[in-house]
Design a protein around this ligand. Structure first.
Ligand SMILES: [Ca+2]
Length: 352
């Protein structure tokens, strides 16, 4: 647009009315074992209430028959009862300390209303991923993966179907803008530079498939183990910030999982924060490079180096395969900001 011909007042109106489009999100979670998935989902709803993101679908990467009903109960609590939810029956089973909340009743009524598991079945996660991606705008979707890679590894193996003629990698290439993933360890943990992080260690083969076969031209940003343990969720917030409802599904889940005297690391929340606000300076990014997943579950990051181009020897370039991945880095000052931002987003009351 040639703006030099517009009067100043029109320009001013364009400037003040320019606002970011909500980020379309698929949340791929192993909401079963740890409770940071629940806080991360609450945060996504708070961000959706601000029109900062749009939650298109939730896919679950571990197997537990209560996981989809529970997720539906959280979505319903936050005023979005019809978000599609997908499960993967082939994923590894995981017990839970908090999913049973979905069956709690007060005075004969479900404390946390939901219809999946009562009058509706969840969808298949892989079909739901394909359906959701195929109907999205090109290069628009951010996938946030905060558990095992079981679903995305299977998506990569898919062929064309009723939703799209594209195979998995081509569908990802045409629709996905960013993969924000909580997995791996890229910094020293407890004096070890070979820390094996659980989302990788608990299903190494799927994370290897993801790292090997994810398209080179769709960026991946990894939140390693160190980031989440650096910004634990303050127990004071759990004790004080959620009493705007007599029962709160996030607070009750947290207490069942971690008890009142623990500041739980915010692993999954950091991948949400980066996905929705990549340009707010909450984190720095490593140089670009390539993550490979070794057989013991170690995530090795190799920085992309410039090499001489074969076709024009005077030019140097980084191979596409060597600049797909980056990982989050956080200074002490950023950690203080991130903690406050996470608390206010997780504890924000539903707007609907
Ligand atoms: Ca998780």
């Amino acid at each position: 647009m040639k703006t030099r011909f517009l009067p100043f007042t029109t320009l001013f109106l364009i400037m003040v009315s320019a606002r970011a489009e909500p980020v379309p999100i698929i949340f791929d979670t192993d909401i079963t074992g740890d409770v940071d998935d629940v806080l991360a989902l609450a945060m996504i709803h708070s961000l959706a209430d601000r029109n900062a993101c749009e939650l298109l679908a939730v896919t679950i990467s571990k197997e537990n028959e209560l996981a989809a009903p529970f997720t539906d109960a959280v979505n319903t609590f936050y005023g979005r009862p019809n978000i599609p939810i997908g499960i993967n029956p082939k994923a590894p089973h995981r017990d839970s300390k908090y999913l049973g909340l979905v069956n709690e009743k007060d005075g004969g009524k479900y404390r946390y209303p939901h219809d999946i598991g009562i009058s509706k079945d969840p969808e298949n996660a892989i079909a739901l991923l394909r359906k959701t991606l195929s109907s999205a705008k090109d290069h628009s979707v951010t996938i946030i993966q905060v558990g095992l890679a079981t679903n995305l590894a299977e998506l990569l193996q898919t062929k064309g179907d009723e939703y799209s003629p594209l195979n998995g990698p081509d569908l990802i290439r045409s629709k996905v803008k960013l993969l924000s993933v909580m997995a791996g360890a890229f910094e020293t943990i407890n004096f070890s530079n070979h820390y094996l992080e659980a989302n990788v260690r608990n299903h190494v083969s799927s994370m290897q498939q993801l790292a090997n076969e994810w398209p080179n031209d769709v960026p991946v940003v990894w939140s390693g183990f160190k980031i989440g343990i650096t910004v634990p969720y303050p127990r004071e917030s759990i004790a004080q910030d959620f009493d705007y409802r007599p029962h709160h599904i996030v607070k009750e889940s947290y207490l069942l999982h971690s008890g009142p005297n623990h500041d739980r690391p915010t692993w999954d929340l950091t991948s949400v924060l980066y996905a929705v606000y990549p340009d707010r300076g909450y984190f720095n990014l490593s140089t670009s490079g390539r993550v490979t997943v070794e057989d013991d579950g170690f995530t090795r990051f190799e920085p992309g180096r410039r090499t001489r181009s074969l076709s024009s020897p005077n030019m140097t370039m980084v191979k596409p395969a060597m600049k797909r991945d980056q990982y989050l880095i956080m200074t002490d000052a950023q950690a203080a900001r991130v903690t406050e931002a996470l608390v206010h987003m997780v504890a924000q009351p539903p707007s609907r």
